[in-house]
Design a protein around this ligand. Structure first.
Ligand SMILES: Nc1nc2c(ncn2[C@@H]2O[C@H](COP(=O)(O)OP(=O)(O)O)[C@@H](O)[C@H]2O)c(=O)[nH]1
Ligand SMILES: [Mg+2]
Length: 365
């Protein structure tokens, strides 16, 4: 009889988990499907509490302990675990029993059934849940998920792209190893963005409170996370802002030129002159976004994108236009304040609309 399950390397990153490690291993043995071929790889960063020593004591033929000296970091530990692994799938699970091993069976079953590139243990699909989090903690997690979805198109259809409990085909990680930048804690985001998985599925699980010991992730995690997402996005929001800034320059430059060539257009017919300058800057911004900011995301018809870009620029344009006209006709509003309002309201709208509506990435799953 052929084996009905895929074979799996279970990678466990550990740092100061001495009280959890033996319980975790026995839970894993209890919960893997009976006829599944598997191995366990513990990647420990030379924990001061001697987790690695304890793990070596528990060693049997199917367990490998990697003790890294002079390294520290959750994501790099997981990537090293993948490098040492030898099976078709890698399953990543925390050592502190927050990812209950009883869900392994179901994840393996779904991987075997679907042949998905990535199987995510998900807290945010039906049947999934988080136990023991305060409302604040939950809001932070959901906000972080939303940030990922805005900046990283590969995560948009996934309910829990920040999960640390997941399976991935070894092959897609190894093939893209040099593209991975295992910064921070969210290696799944890296895999989704850089390894180009074609099929991703989510399986619900209940995230439990830590069994023993304490969390290694502190307040600076949030800053690191935002930095990580921006880096993964190729700094797109900054490129977008830079182009916008250059657009303001173009606007003013053209207005000056028009004034020089046809003075009437910046006096009696200022509304016309101003409109021409604004349109010139919108065209300029559009071209730069096409060639630079979103060059990898030019799908569909360029004229549709061009028309939509006018819609997305509309709030900024409108505020700018009204303020410049009102200033011109003496209805006095401080021009800097008017510009600032235009930018504050216009920029986020324009950016979000551009990301989600105009230059959206084609979804593969
Ligand atoms: N090898 C290694 N493992 C780590 C490191 N930081 C955290 N871990 C492990 O990664 C898992 C998740 O970390 P944890 O502190 O529980 O994060 P939290 O669940 O988000 O609070 C646990 O198994 C930790 O032992 C690290 O720097 N190196
Ligand atoms: Mg934990």
């Amino acid at each position: 009889m052929t084996n009905q399950f895929v074979n799996v390397s279970i990678v466990v990153p550990t740092y100061n988990e001495v009280e959890n490690i033996s319980l975790l291993l026995s839970e894993i043995w209890k919960n893997v499907p009976k006829d599944m071929e598997f191995e366990v790889i513990i990647v420990d960063d030379n924990s001061p509490d001697g987790t690695w020593r304890k793990a070596v004591e528990l060693l049997n033929d199917d367990v490998l302990v990697v003790r890294r000296i002079g390294f520290k970091g959750l994501s790099t530990a997981i990537v090293d675990g993948v490098v040492f692994s030898a099976k078709d799938y890698v399953l990543v699970i925390d050592a502190d029993l927050q990812h209950p091993p009883e869900y392994i069976k179901n994840m393996v079953f779904e991987a075997s059934r679907s042949d998905a590139d990535v199987v995510i243990g998900s807290r945010y699909v039906k049947g999934g849940h988080v136990e023991g989090w305060s409302r604040t903690r939950l809001i932070i997690s959901k906000t972080a998920t939303l940030i990922a979805k805005l900046f990283l198109p590969s995560t948009r259809k996934i309910a829990d792209p920040m999960s640390g409990f997941f399976m991935v085909k070894r092959k897609i990680v190894i093939e893209n190893l040099t593209k991975l930048n295992p910064y921070g804690f969210k290696i799944l985001l890296e895999i989704l963005e850089r390894c180009n998985p074609q099929k991703v599925i989510e399986v619900p699980y209940v995230f439990k409170p830590r069994r023993y010991g304490k969390s290694k992730l502190g307040a600076k995690t949030i800053i690191q996370y935002i930095f990580h997402v921006l880096k993964l996005s190729g700094w797109r929001p900054f490129k977008f802002a830079l182009v916008g800034l250059a657009g303001v320059g173009v606007n003013l430059g053209i207005l000056n030129l028009i004034g020089y060539l046809t003075p009437l257009l910046i006096s009696k017919y200022f509304a016309v002159g101003s409109a021409i300058a604004i349109e010139a800057s919108v065209i300029f911004n559009f071209i730069l976004h096409e060639l630079w900011t979103f060059r990898d995301r030019r799908f569909g018809n360029v004229f549709t994108r061009f028309a939509l870009f006018h819609v997305s620029s509309a709030p900024a344009i409108l505020i700018q236009y009204l303020s410049s006209i009102s200033i011109k006709y003496g209805l006095a509003m401080n021009p800097f304040i008017a510009q600032l309002i235009g930018i504050l309201i216009g920029f986020p709208f324009n950016y979000v609309f551009s990301e989600l509506g105009i230059w959206k990435r084609k979804s593969v799953y």
